[in-house]
Design a protein around this ligand. Structure first.
Ligand SMILES: Cc1cc2nc3c(=O)[nH]c(=O)nc-3n(C[C@H](O)[C@H](O)[C@H](O)COP(=O)(O)OP(=O)(O)OC[C@H]3O[C@@H](n4cnc5c(N)ncnc54)[C@H](O)[C@@H]3O)c2cc1C
Length: 377
């Protein structure tokens, strides 16, 4: 039987959307590529993160916040359905500062955003000594921190496993090792894979991460996405000493400390470099000097899926109505929104969130370089 929806891409984005559609009674087939594909979901830092997002772009802050606030119930349902504990901790997170001027500037930015969000942006500024009460191992170079109470973290690999299982348990099909080469629209969509598998579906969701750059154009999207490398490190298992995650370190439930992540424009190169890892390590040791004695056990590089301005792209194809592009660079943070709210937009339901600010219209008649520059601020 052909499904209502074919979702191309079985990463955090495709599976979260697929689960949401299944929960609304739709039939769904997820088609996921081969092991050689770039897969951001398998290499990310695992933060569920609001602070700093959407400064000057309040709609993005609002959408991220909707997701962050939905994470607890989304996660509880996922765990109940699958029995998989995804290691969610959402008791706040820090942005650590090494100089007073950037701390002061960030506080101003957050105050402005807080006003735009109607006051619902619970953060507090901690001096070095106040931070030390929370994090006894914090280093002397850290002048202070912003603690945002809506931030947290999760085990992204367990999340991926749980989502795939939840999709299957709801009757969704997840086809792996299938690379979609071409999509045609006749009465319905015909999706052709490289191994001659063909799927017929009423609607298509293109959630193929970086794979959407090529497929997207076929489906009539601009699909202006690019890779951005992040390198990460992880230490041996250590006794718990980091209470809350930050953009620099997070201690996972088994004890290892993840240290991340670089932001590098190096195309499709996902290798690690000594210079990149050394930078990460020295920042982490400045934050928590005790890390200087820790053994590193692994390092890796992975590619972010970036739009020119860093915001998600949610767009229905004008050339092939019924085909939707769904992509973002914070797919862990936004997983709850992608399950709980985005399917209403796909369905055109009365409850659909207004996602018009994330359409590709914003890229029309604007040079990509200008947009990338705007996104960097
Ligand atoms: C270093 C790093 C750190 C990050 N840290 C965080 C973080 O802390 N918090 C956060 O929220 N986000 C973070 N992210 C971003 C997050 O990982 C991504 O937003 C998310 O994983 C994207 O999921 P996706 O499903 O769009 O893409 P992917 O995980 O890349 O999945 C895309 C899937 O599509 C499949 N595919 C591609 N082409 C085809 C095709 N032609 N046919 C069939 N299948 C195809 C691939 O096989 C792949 O499985 C980070 C990313 C990186 C790289």
């Amino acid at each position: 039987m052909s499904p209502d929806y074919a979702v191309i891409g079985g990463g955090a984005v495709g599976l979260a959307v697929a689960w949401g559609l299944l929960k609304r009674g739709k039939t769904v087939t997820v088609i996921d590529g081969g092991d050689g594909a770039h897969r951001a979901t398998r290499g990310n830092f695992g933060l569920i993160w609001l602070q700093g997002k959407g400064i000057g772009k309040t709609d993005y802050a609002r959408w991220s916040q909707r997701s962050v606030l939905a994470w607890q119930s989304f996660c509880a349902e996922l765990t109940e359905a699958t029995g998989i504990d995804v290691g969610l901790e959402q008791k706040g997170g820090y942005k650590l500062f090494f100089d007073d001027a950037s701390l002061a500037k960030t506080v101003n930015d957050y105050e402005a955003l807080k006003m735009e969000l109607g006051g619902n942006y619970p953060f507090e500024v901690l001096s070095h000594n106040e931070l030390r009460m929370e994090e006894p191992e914090i280093g002397p170079k850290v002048v202070g921190a912003i603690l945002h109470h809506q931030d947290g973290h999760v085990n992204p690999l367990k999340l991926l496993k749980a989502l795939a299982q939840a999709v299957r348990m709801r009757g969704g099909r997840v086809l792996t090792g299938k690379i979609v080469q071409c999509v045609e629209k006749r009465d319905r969509f015909e999706i052709h894979c490289s191994d001659t598998t063909q799927i017929i579906a009423d609607k298509v969701v293109l959630a193929a991460g970086l794979g959407a750059a090529d497929l997207g154009v076929q489906l009539g999207f601009m699909a202006p996405i690019r890779p951005q490398r992040g390198q990460l490190l992880v230490t041996e298992k250590l006794p718990k000493f980091i209470r809350r995650p930050s953009l620099i370190t997070r201690q996972v439930e088994e004890g290892g400390v993840q240290i991340g992540a670089t932001n590098e424009e190096v195309g499709y190169n996902d290798q690690v470099t000594t210079a990149g890892l050394a930078r990460l390590a020295s920042q982490a040791v400045a934050a928590y000097p005790i890390l200087g004695k820790a053994q590193l056990v692994r390092s890796w590089g992975a590619l972010r899926v970036m739009s020119p301005d860093g915001l998600p792209i949610y767009q229905e194809s004008k050339v092939m109505p019924g085909a939707f592009m769904v992509t973002c660079h914070s797919g862990i943070t936004l997983a709850a929104a992608h399950t709980e709210f985005l399917p209403d937009w796909l369905e055109g339901s009365a409850r659909a969130p207004d996602l018009s600010m994330f359409s590709e219209k914003r890229f029309e008649n604007v040079s990509i370089e200008k947009l990338i520059e705007a996104g960097a601020h």
